[in-house]
Design a protein around this ligand. Sequence first.
Ligand code: COA
Length: 611
Amino acid sequence: MPILEGQRPKGRRESYVLPKVPVPPLKETLDKYLTSIKHLVEEEQYQKTKAIVEKFGEPGGTGDLLQKKLLERSEKTYNWVYDYWLEDMYLNQRLALPVNSNPAMVFPKQNFRDRKDSLRYVTRALPVDFARGQLAGTPLCMKQYYRLFNTYRRPGLKQDTLIIHQPGSLEQGHIIVACQNQFFVLDLVLKGKKLKEMDILTQLEKIVKMAENKEERQPPIGLLTSDGRTEWAQARDVLIKDSVNSESLAVIEACLCVVCLDGPSGMECGDTSRALLMLHGGGYEKMGANRWYDKPMQFVVGEDGVCGTVCEHSPFEGIVLVACTEYLMKFMTGSPSKMGRAISVSELPAPRRLLWKMSPKIEGLLKASAERLQRLVRDLDMDVHKFEAYGKEFIKKQKMSPDAYIQIALQLAFYRCNGRLVSTYESASIRRFHEGRVDNIRSATPEALAFVKAMTDEEASLSDSEKMKRLCDAINVQTNYTIAAITGLGIDNHLLGLREISRELSMEMPEIFTDKTYVASNQFILSTSQVPTTVEMFCCYGPVVPNGYGCCYNPQSEHLLFSVTSFHGSTETSSAVFIRALDEGLLEMRELCKKANKKQHFTEFRIIIKL
Ligand code: COA
């Protein structure tokens, strides 16, 4: 029996060594909140918000009551924010998973000699012995690793459900192989024996052959999973009325992962095109139907060498995904191929094709899903850019945090493009706490605004040393915010907790959460995340609001990789324009640092001469 997230057994103790996420002091959060929005809203609006926040924070007021309840919740649970956060961030969201929610890892283009070569690549990538212990041994919470292969996000009319299969229930594990929009069941264990690479290769070859058989071809049901969550839930309700469909769905829900064998994309295979193919499959006409977006781990292996992973994000963060993917990549390239057999070819039964019972109603739903996916595909504006002038080593030499520096560069780019700063999200891992996921670093700080103005509007009137001072201030504040967030003192989770506990108490929603400022400050026009890798690959994801940017960056020693996304439908954004502004700003920031260094050396030299 799978267990549902939110119904975890309360008595079980895991990861005892890790502390619980703290509940920050109320006053601190409210003060930080006001500081974080003051320079982003009109003065009149700010004064309104300030009054609302002060009323909320009055001694003995609503804030105190909710804080008390939150502290009680923290006593009673392993992680007071986990379920609130999961529902708010993922399960309650109604937008389609591709682009809007699922991130992707893009591997370097592989040069396969032929189809068999690409299948061999799959056999080396499968988690045949996915020993959980392999990735253990870190002081950070490892819980997310245990959700890589045993979870499934089932759509719901109002809220999705994250299903977690209990350990042991997947021992007879199977994977789903998608090929030509068909789904096949590949059992990894037969007669108590785990299939070896050679066995799996044989099975994959059979699947490729079976998929070519036009007479047995099934409708591209995977398209439904690319739709809005409510639409997919409605379609699923129709689908499961037939037992053939409900059985096929149950098999998919219980699989370890999906392997998508893509045909040639017909696109040139640059970074941006490969990233697009991972994020949305290129729509119905390309690989968009050769996916099952609810499944957290989908490995894509394209015949033309376009490979990567597409992930349903709710069970784990990008960092965990990277660790798992890097492990697999290193395994594939680093260990000798063991193409032995466990089972003789004649004993290997043919993989099973999943069947779907169609009706005119389901056909209509499929068509509608295909059209909506096509719209999403047309709308996504993506640009993957390698900034090669310098990387994190240069920044470290300036005695600055590379992450904070890049965040400031993103603020500068946004200001250059739009003449203002906006509410910004940077994910900060809180895995040092039990069941910790992420909180937010609000990077659009007042100090960042002062710096970007110094580099633009006030460029001509300020000295280099003043600009440098503002850069250092902005970086210091950003670094301090980062430290606060990763030690559980961010404000977004806390505010979310206060809001949700008031809902649980069936109170009238406190004004602080209905206030225009709060609503706007949760619209993350700039949604950013550092996802570093140690092997050649990169992560990408879409914007979280229609007029926003998604910006995932991967700092390397000598270069910085950015994947920027936005929507063509917005007149306020353009990924190419943003990238150009980012490039320009990063070069200017280096010049500024170099000038400051020269001046410092000159001053030090004069002191030495004097001495
Ligand atoms: N002078 C010199 N070096 C410095 C420095 C300074 N003032 N400040 C930091 N550095 C060094 C660090 O020691 C580190 O060195 P290393 O590369 O040898 O390890 C390096 O610079 C990077 O540090 P920094 O840039 O400060 O960032 P970070 O690695 O601590 O990352 C976060 C900051 C917020 C990105 C990180 O804490 C985090 O939370 N990551 C997870 C994000 C996430 O979850 N993403 C996925 C979401 S799906």
